[in-house]
Design a binder for this molecule. Structure first.
Ligand SMILES: Nc1ncnc2c1ncn2[C@@H]1O[C@H](COP(=O)(O)OP(=O)(O)O)[C@@H](O)[C@H]1O
Ligand SMILES: O=C(CO)[C@@H](O)[C@@H](O)COP(=O)(O)O
Length: 559
């Protein structure tokens, strides 16, 4: 069904946005004319993240993080029809569906898109599964990729701040080749989950420009050369030609039409527009109306991604990449990030939240996060005497080293759980300030910080970020920013808007200056931030390599 473009679409047209996060998928039914979200439904992945063992019990080494692709189909079969039912919208009123995904979340598939982990006899092979974005076991391959690229002065390296991450497509594929060549050989396509889910919806495999650029190193019309790949590993020479290369489409483009199978899963009409895939961070920028240069959106959830468009092409040390049109057409899209944020807070709840605290929280009707946040909120800056490094999941920006690890300094016998929890909240704010300062000192100005993602629910965390960064914080209006962004791109793909900027002005919204920096707290945080940066450089830039030595000791012990 094609939609005639009008100045403002009719109020009875709707789109569905589906945000595939780390632990769950969220479907939202959105009104095309104004971005109103009529209903949302969430489906938690039954297998969550496989980081200890496969479903059949096969053990996994440290730093692995896999997922089961069937869980993603569960989101289409459960969350989408549930959101549609809750919305009261009739299926025939829906003109398109858009999706966004975590990235780089990649999987090996056969030519028809069948994941290798679903093939007979491969359920016990770790490399046959989806490698989640935070799969960090390819750091060795990433180190070799970086060393060889620097040695050969590969032109694309500077587009990624000088270092390629172990989280991205080439490092993960090289690990697959070198650790399970049979699975590598049986892989017809190496696919981003962002594109695989669109393939499942419309039967067409097209790569989206966002993951191709940031995670697949596609720059200036090409990938890293075959002879560079051959120098990495001769068996890797044809990786791009044989397993990666595929037509690339711009964000907001039409990937195809909803198939009969996907219509049966979702309850949506066969033939509606299916938008090209997108990434959960980048898709959120227009939902937060950040369509002008210099407006940085930090999507804070399990991890944090910092995305910002600029009219300047620059090199920011340790950024995740700069891609022409990576976020918005016609502008350079920058990405940076912190691979552990909400994940670090979750780790502390698993390991440092005493039973008596849990009982008190339950009696008060608070979640563990809410309870610890309330206890921590009353403290003055620095009162706990702690400082932490937010590297429990490695460091994505600006050091790009996932063999680094977390630190909490200053512990005494009187340190309480709420003290450590607050120190962890603050450490992630120091990490964001480090990134913002890297942009500023590289000549790429950050005019405004807008927060999106699940962590906007924590007001103390937001205020800490305002105080630490000494910047007013805007907050996106939508509690489902990525899903709204995906819905907006679906509206463009369905022809309701000429481009994503027009959709952003009609459907996106954010509140500027929701959290303002307090001068006294900001001054107190400057002292703690100075200590954070000393630790950052001491442990992260080679002065003391103890974190890497500990990993080697652990690897030897676990071997
Ligand atoms: N009130 C809270 N304060 C701090 N962290 C929270 C709170 N609620 C949830 N989290 C963390 O947020 C993360 C989930 O973020 P969310 O944006 O909902 O999902 P995703 O990262 O999958 O998109 C989890 O790691 C969880 O520990
Ligand atoms: O890395 C990216 C985007 O480039 C994210 O998809 C990844 O950090 C996961 O994000 P979430 O924390 O699950 O929202």
């Amino acid at each position: 069904m094609t939609v005639e473009h009008k100045d403002r679409p009719p109020a009875d047209q709707f789109v569905v946005g589906v945000d595939f996060g780390t632990l769950s998928g969220r479907a939202v039914v959105v009104r095309v004319s104004d971005g109103a979200e009529l209903a949302v439904a969430e489906y938690a992945y039954p297998h969550a993240v496989l980081d200890r063992e496969l479903p059949d019990g096969t053990p996994l080494p440290p730093d692995w993080a896999l997922q089961v692709p069937g869980d993603y189909i569960g989101v289409l079969r459960k969350a989408v029809p549930e959101a549609l039912a809750r919305s009261g919208v009739r299926p025939e009123q829906v003109i398109g569906i858009g999706t966004d995904f975590t990235a780089c979340t990649v999987l090996p598939v056969r030519a028809d898109g069948t994941p290798l982990c679903e093939l007979p006899g491969l359920a016990g092979r770790p490399h046959a599964y989806v490698k989640l974005w935070r799969h960090h076991a390819a750091q060795g391959q990433a180190d070799r990729i970086n060393a060889l690229a620097a040695e050969r002065a590969e032109p694309w390296l500077e587009r990624y701040g000088g270092r390629i991450s172990s989280e991205w497509e080439f490092a993960k594929a090289l690990q697959l080749l070198e650790e399970d060549p049979e699975i590598y050989d049986r892989t017809d396509r190496w696919v981003e989950a962002a594109d695989w889910i669109v393939w499942r919806l419309c039967g067409t495999y097209v790569r989206n420009a966002c993951t191709a650029g940031y995670k697949g190193q596609f720059q200036d019309g090409g990938y890293p050369s075959d002879d560079y790949l051959a120098a990495l590993n001769p068996a890797f020479t044809d990786f791009v030609t044989d397993k990666l290369d595929q037509p690339i489409a711009q964000l907001g483009a039409l990937a195809g039409r909803l198939t009969a199978e996907a219509a049966a899963w979702t309850g949506l009409p066969e033939g509606i527009a299916v938008c090209v895939g997108n990434v959960d961070a980048h898709v959120t920028a227009p939902a937060a109306t950040a369509v002008e240069p210099g407006r940085m959106v930090a999507i804070m959830g399990t991890s944090t991604c910092h995305v910002m468009s600029s009219d300047r092409q620059g090199t920011v040390p340790g950024m995740c990449g700069v891609v022409d049109g990576g976020i918005l057409p016609g502008l350079w899209g920058y990405e940076a990030g912190q691979s552990g944020v909400g994940d670090i807070f979750a780790w502390f709840l698993r390991t440092g939240f005493p039973v008596e605290y849990a009982e008190r929280a339950e009696r008060m009707g608070r979640t563990p996060h809410e309870y610890l946040t309330e206890l921590a909120a009353g403290q003055k800056v620095g009162e706990h005497g702690l400082i932490a490094l937010d590297w429990h999941s490695g460091n994505r920006s600006v050091l790009v080293d996932h063999d680094l690890s977390g630190v909490v300094l200053g512990l005494t016998l009187s340190t309480r759980p709420e003290d450590v929890y607050r120190a962890l909240l603050e450490a992630t704010a120091f990490g964001t300030r480090t990134i913002v300062e890297a942009f500023e000192s590289s000549g790429v100005p950050v005019q405004e910080l807008i927060i999106a993602g699940g962590l906007t629910r924590n007001a103390l965390l937001m205020q800490i970020y305002a105080d630490v960064t000494r910047r007013p914080l805007g907050v996106i209006d939508s509690a489902q920013g990525p899903a709204l962004g995906a819905a907006m791109h679906a509206a463009v793909a369905a022809g309701a808007y000429p481009d994503i900027r027009a959709a952003a002005h009609a459907m996106g919204s954010a509140r500027p200056g929701m959290y303002l920096p307090d001068p006294d707290r900001a001054a107190a945080y400057d002292r703690l931030y100075a200590e954070y940066r000393l630790l950052h450089d001491h442990f992260g830039r080679g002065a003391n390599d103890v974190m890497h030595r500990l990993r080697r000791i652990r690897a030897e012990a676990s071997a």
